[in-house]
Write a protein that binds this ligand. Structure first.
Ligand SMILES: Nc1ncnc2c1ncn2[C@@H]1O[C@H](COP(=O)(O)OP(=O)(O)OP(=O)(O)O)[C@@H](O)[C@H]1O
Length: 320
């Protein structure tokens, strides 16, 4: 039963375990990624995201676990897995000394495409990734965004059905990041399965059908972005005062607030509903207390991330 299910998934892991020496990095994790979806693995630095990608893409072995990619058992048929996947890692496969086009042709050779087919695929992908004008220039002259696009174009030469993208937008400016998101969406629209690791929660929120948060060697939570947001307590209203005495009277009178004397700010748990806001504003009016600024904050993936990965670099206000 389990086997049938895991065979029909693009990626399935059960009890994945990996240690480096006596340091356990992955302590029995389970993953299930249906075909044609984007799955995002989130986690603080050093959580083991790259290790998961390396294991699932057959670059390193696991210590234990039942692992299937594209229906193939990694322990039995890693070659079949390699034929089905593409990997774009944090360390670019692009050779800076040769041109973008030559990089592509080299990969086409590695995939044993005929000369004609290699040229055709290269031309099509360079066009698709807006690299035609730069095709004859050494890749070392490319910007970070162009290099990343070339990297993905090279990954697509073998027409993989499953792609691992390890932090594909780290270091890119917002425009290049949005271009990359567009590329990922197009891939998924074509039926490709994308396994994405990222440190940008906004990226997972934008792209991923399902998100897993890796922490301390385990999956701390998994679900759609909305499901994860529902896991943590509701939002809050923040009141900022220009005046210290107004701040103090409000801090004394309002119960269940988090107070920050330095920035003259109070934070109250709130669902952000009109009813709650009206009650709060009415109270401020009746007490003749004037807040300089009122902001409503609904939970976002950042809150989820900080709540689940305690011990990571969390801002002071993230979790109480
Ligand atoms: N070859 C190795 N030998 C020993 N320890 C390793 C090795 N590779 C990774 N590690 C350790 O395993 C842990 C997980 O590393 P990994 O690169 O998978 O994390 P990550 O979640 O991808 O981090 P980042 O977001 O910083 O890229 C880290 O503590 C790392 O130092």
């Amino acid at each position: 039963m389990t086997t049938t299910t895991s065979r029909s998934l693009a990626i399935a892991a059960k009890g994945l375990h990996k240690a480096y020496g006596d340091k356990t990095v992955l302590d029995g994790i389970d993953l299930a990624v249906p075909g044609g979806t984007v799955f995002s693995l989130l986690g603080p630095n050093g959580a083991g995201k790259t290790t998961v990608v390396k294991i699932l893409s057959t670059l390193i072995g696991a210590d234990a676990g039942e692992l299937r990619v594209d229906g193939h058992d990694l322990a039995v048929d890693p070659q079949a897995v390699r034929a089905a996947i593409g990997v774009t890692g944090q360390f670019s496969a692009v050779d800076g000394l040769i041109t973008g086009e030559e990089n592509m042709l080299l990969v086409a050779d590695l995939h044993h495409l005929s000369r004609r087919e290699g040229r055709r695929t290269t031309a099509a992908l360079l066009d698709r990734f807006d690299l035609v004008a730069a095709a004859k220039r050494p890749a070392a002259t490319y910007s970070g965004g162009m290099r990343r696009r070339l990297d993905i174009a090279m990954t697509l030469v073998g027409d993989p059905r499953i792609i691992f993208l390890d932090e594909p937008t780290t270091g890119l400016d917002p425009r290049s990041r949005h271009t990359m998101w567009g590329i990922i969406r197009e891939l998924v629209a074509d039926g490709v399965t994308v396994f994405l690791t990222t440190q940008y929660l906004e990226e997972a929120d934008e792209l991923a059908d399902r998100i897993a948060v890796l922490n301390d060697g385990r999956i701390a939570a998994e679900g759609s972005a909305d499901e994860l947001k529902r896991l943590i307590p509701g939002g809050h209203v923040r009141l900022r005062f220009a005046d210290r005495s107004a701040y103090r009277s409000a801090a004394v009178a309002l119960r269940e607030v988090t107070a920050d004397e330095e920035s003259l700010t109070l934070r109250l748990p709130s669902d952000g509903s009109q009813r709650e806001l009206r009650a709060l504003l009415d109270w401020l009016d009746s007490a003749d207390v004037e807040a300089d600024q009122v902001t409503v904050h609904t939970p976002d993936l950042d809150d989820v991330f900080f709540a689940l990965t305690s011990g990571a670099d969390k801002p002071a206000e993230a979790v109480r």
